[in-house]
Design a protein around this ligand. Structure first.
Ligand code: PSV
Ligand code: MN
Length: 387
């Protein structure tokens, strides 16, 4: 049996990267709701992200999205982040909000548009050089809506060519992570719809190109933990975009829609060496808080991940292997479920207190007055959003 004290040190290895866009307004295609206290500048987003880290000790870095987080001086932004106790992390490119990209970006039939999309990524690499970021994350909103609309084969070749030009510009300590998504905004075919396509491209690029797995980007019923196991086995799992979903790419709080799925995923992460000081797998959130308060939404999210990591670390792998090897199907399942059903909340509260954190970070944040302060300080000005 594994007890909480056995896993206590390993829990200290957990670091989750939060997305800058979680602190801005977001919504559906029907409505983006504003909310009091929402950041009006990139600095205010970083201050909010740093607050999540201050209360949880779990979120030491913030991912940026370019151009949403464009500033004149990224060195200064990096210093600002450091002064607030966090670092700037992954740089996300954006080739989905420019009229030129209506029919594709890296996969557009027009070489001028393809070059423009490549140039945007080269600018992102320039940003990374100034922020000291390791990862360039690429998600492409590319595909077609109607059969016959595009040459789906030629688009793969253009994509490979563009990615290779981008990859060549990375320095030795930088990586490219290619995210896949099965549909949306394109509805007939998507140019990087699945892990296999992403894998084929990053494998062709080289060692510093990896796959990004966004948990909301699969068809319902997909066995995501199998994909995790396979990518780790192949040494190609670069990062996660964690969130949860009931239907499609809902971007809800990780662990909210299906806690058991999150457990199964993190079991495979740990099993495959994707967690701990020697792992280079980036555990990021990619979420939007459309109706709930944003900072507590992020706090809840990182706590959910911590809780599942704790439960997965408690899995009695020796007993599990024994049951498996003996062909004892029900015992193996019971051992697995025992870990999932273990309530670690009180132990985690004590674990936090030992490290100078509040036992209940949600409550501590609500009692801290930070929310009231930002609502008063940030009256007026234009609230940031993804639009
Ligand atoms: C696309 O749906 C995505 O998951 C990508 O990671 C984008 O960069 C992000 O969402 C933007 O919200
Ligand atoms: Mn994502």
């Amino acid at each position: 049996m594994t007890s909480f004290s056995d896993i206590s040190d390993r829990l200290g290895d957990l670091a989750i990267e939060v997305p800058s866009w979680a602190y801005g307004n977001s919504g559906t295609r029907f409505k983006v709701f504003g909310s009091p206290g929402t950041p009006r500048s990139v600095e205010e987003k970083i201050a909010d992200a740093a607050t999540v880290h201050r209360f949880t000790g779990l979120a030491p870095s913030v991912a940026l999205h370019i151009p949403w987080d464009e500033v004149d001086d990224y060195g200064a932004l990096s210093t600002y982040a450091k002064e607030h106790g966090v670092a700037l992390g992954t740089i996300n490119s954006n080739t989905f909000q420019d009229d030129d990209y209506k029919l594709g970006a890296l996969t557009h039939a027009d070489p001028r548009v393809r070059q423009k999309a490549v140039d945007h990524h080269l600018e992102c690499i320039e940003v990374m050089n100034q922020t000291g970021s390791r990862d360039l994350k690429i998600w492409l909103a590319e595909g077609t809506n109607y059969p016959g609309q595009g040459d789906i084969r030629a688009r793969q070749d253009w994509l490979a060519e563009g990615l290779s030009t981008i990859y060549d510009q990375l320095s030795e300590d930088q990586r490219l992570v290619l995210e896949y998504k099965f549909f949306e905004p394109a509805f007939y075919h998507t140019d990087v719809p699945d892990w296999g396509t992403s894998y084929a491209h990053v494998a062709a690029l080289g060692d510093r190109a990896m796959v990004c797995l966004d948990t909301g980007h699969h068809a319902p019923g997909t066995n995501i933990e199998f994909i995790v196991a396979q990518l780790l086995r192949l040494g190609k799992l670069g990062s996660f975009d964690f969130n949860s979903r009931f239907y499609a790419d809902d971007d809800l709080i990780v662990g909210a829609a299906d806690p058991f799925q999150l457990f199964r995923i993190v079991v495979e992460v740990i099993r495959g060496g994707g967690f701990g000081p020697d792992s280079e797998v980036a555990l990021m959130l990619d979420q939007c808080h459309n109706i709930e308060a944003k900072i507590p939404g992020q706090i809840r999210s990182v706590l959910n991940v911590q809780e599942m990591i704790a439960r997965a670390l408690l899995l009695d792998t020796d007993a599990l292997n024994e049951a498996r090897n003996a062909g004892d199907v029900l015992l193996a399942n019971e051992i697995f479920m025992d870990a999932f059903y273990t309530d670690v909340r009180a132990d985690l509260g004590a674990w936090r207190e030992e490290r100078g954190l509040a036992a209940n970070p949600m409550r501590a944040y609500l009692d801290s007055g930070y929310q009231e302060q930002i609502e008063a300080d940030r009256a007026g000005g234009a609230q940031l959003s993804w639009t």
